[in-house]
Design a protein around this ligand. Structure first.
Ligand SMILES: [Zn+2]
Length: 95
């Protein structure tokens, strides 16, 4: 896993995005963040090069839309991979 070892120098958010664009996702960055598509934590989530490029060139609004897509994909993968219990309201309960 491309997790940085303890004490390793963290990339700045810009540097992290540059490496992510190049297909080398690592985290955390100096702001304790993951890559936009969380591929740093799960290589299965690495998006297509064209998608990464579109994200990098996108406006703030476009980036937010992509983040929603990435988050949805991440939730699907985490649910099937690790059987993560999603916190929140149980939709089968009415109260
Ligand atoms: Zn990560």
């Amino acid at each position: 896993m491309p997790k940085l070892p303890e004490g390793a120098e963290r990339p700045s958010p810009d540097e992290q995005l540059g490496r992510w664009l190049a297909g080398d996702p690592i985290c955390p960055n100096t702001s304790d963040e993951c890559c936009p598509d969380f591929s740093c934590c799960n290589p299965k989530l690495l998006s297509e090069p064209l998608v990464r490029k579109a994200f990098m060139q996108g406006s703030q609004g476009e980036r937010e839309a992509w983040l929603g897509v990435f988050l949805g994909a991440a939730i699907q993968v985490w649910k099937t991979d690790k059987k993560v219990h999603m916190a929140g309201r149980d939709p089968t309960k009415t109260s």
